[in-house]
Design a protein. Sequence first.
Length: 299
Amino acid sequence: MFDEIQQLKKKKNAVILAHYYAPDDVQYIADDVGDSYFLSKKATEYEADIIVFCGVLFMGESAKILNPDKKVLMPDLKADCPMAHMVTPEDIRKIRSEYEDIAVVCYINSTAEAKMYSDVCITSSNAVKIVKKIPEKNIYFIPDRNLGRYVAEQVPEKNVILHDGYCPTHDDLRADRIQKIKKAHPNALFFAHPECRSEVLREADYIGSTSGIVHFARESQSREFVIGTEKGILCALKKNDPDKRYYLVDDNQICSDMKRITPGKVLDVLKHERNEVLISEETRRKALNPLVRMLELGD
């Protein structure tokens, strides 16, 4: 299967991008593996005709918005992100009507429709940096309340209005479970994604995006780590340093949507060029501005 995928990639001038939460065997066949911000940038850098995006739907939408002339294919169109649908245009319009001086800051983990009504997109790796740069004092942070609360603590000079969305996988982690596993592994450092609850972040030795966590673990002198994010990150961690030890908090650290993606599905969409991400020109044009602004302010 691997050889056939490689042959089709070459024949069709295709590139495979995979998120850290995709299954290990999918990460192994990808040309690039990373977090949402890294993959957003990489999608614009390849001179490919086809992008096979091994992630959830909002990632494929963002790639298509940024690359209208490229064909973006999803291995499984049912691989979606629950949090992406937790904010609506009506929510945004309501807040805009209540504040004159406000910027709508939209986590990239959102639908193309939500991006249309936003001022700038962010990812977990650049959220604090971008919010600091925005001139408006009032920030409507959508849709993730946990990441928004974390940003608000880092940028106290802003008035951050939180929307009530969340990532089910990260929001499920609790401080008591973290404390229990840290007691079992007293030499381990605990790193957490800022999509986790505040009570979990208070237990963390390091808080960062998936790419930040990978970098932190690689550079750290510690030999043991407790993982406060989706278990798919283990693939990159073990690849970088297989001699270090990594512990999951429990067996629930799984994004079932990401796990829908398989090498067989990658091969299928390369063969038949199905599951194409299609976005109307009006939606693409309106959703493009906050994504472009993210790339400008995020560097």
